[in-house]
Ligand binder design. Sequence first.
Ligand SMILES: C[S@@+](CC[C@H](N)C(=O)[O-])C[C@H]1O[C@@H](n2cnc3c(N)ncnc32)[C@H](O)[C@@H]1O
Length: 255
Amino acid sequence: MTTKEKTEIDALLEKGILEIQTDKPREITDQFCKDLEPWRVVIEFSNGTKTTDFARRDFMFNRLPLGKLRIFSRFIDLEQFKGSSVLDIGFNEGYHSIFFSKYLKCKVDAIDVLGSALTRARKISEFLDLSVNYTIDNAITYKREKKYDLILHLGTLYHLTDVSTAIKNASDSLNDGGHLFLETITYEGSGEYDCQFLAGINNDSSNIWALSIPTLDYMFKECGLSKVSHCRDIEVNLLKGTGMKRSLLIYKKDL
Ligand SMILES: C[S@@+](CC[C@H](N)C(=O)[O-])C[C@H]1O[C@@H](n2cnc3c(N)ncnc32)[C@H](O)[C@@H]1O
């Protein structure tokens, strides 16, 4: 359901990929993309270079890296975050951080546990002349003095052993009235608070918890965040018949 008027930012998210407006010559962008193969995500540059033109791809290749933001943008006007401070938890190749830095002029800090993610995200952002502050840190244990207007908690929560500490950590890092965009695997069983332990599902030992949405709402509320939108539940083939799906939710820290 569309709940608001379309903006320039919505137009940039229309294809769900990272579109980069650039003055760099095509040969230079092509060489950069060649050097960074294999790619994990679709990036299309205005000079014609596309990461999909390069044959070697990561096995987790993501054709819709900004698909989640596109869904959120139908429920909340992203322009309101112009110039805001943003924390991207689990930044991966940096595409969400890059979008907020380039198109909304946000001051972005970003954390991930993987050194390979850090190396790639830094190279891509430097090539785009963006100053995103990527660091290695853990969503459960990181500590920040600084507080943010927006936290992106996308595709990371179900990887965490200690969800409640991670939620408390995120809440402590948010300004009052700040927003948190959550995308994670959720579970709907017979009981409101039924949850699933995912260890090993799809042969991936990094998948840990699928909590029910009432459980997430409860944990966030305990930390002073209320749900403002339950944007979408997405059924994915790998989770078919399990009661699990990927859910996108927006929380806001109480004033
Ligand atoms: C499925 S990817 C999601 C990437 C991106 N946020 C997105 O929504 O497309 C999960 C990311 O979280 C990172 N991650 C896993 N455990 C983490 C932890 N404990 N703290 C911070 N990042 C973590 C992974 O390295 C990976 O980059």
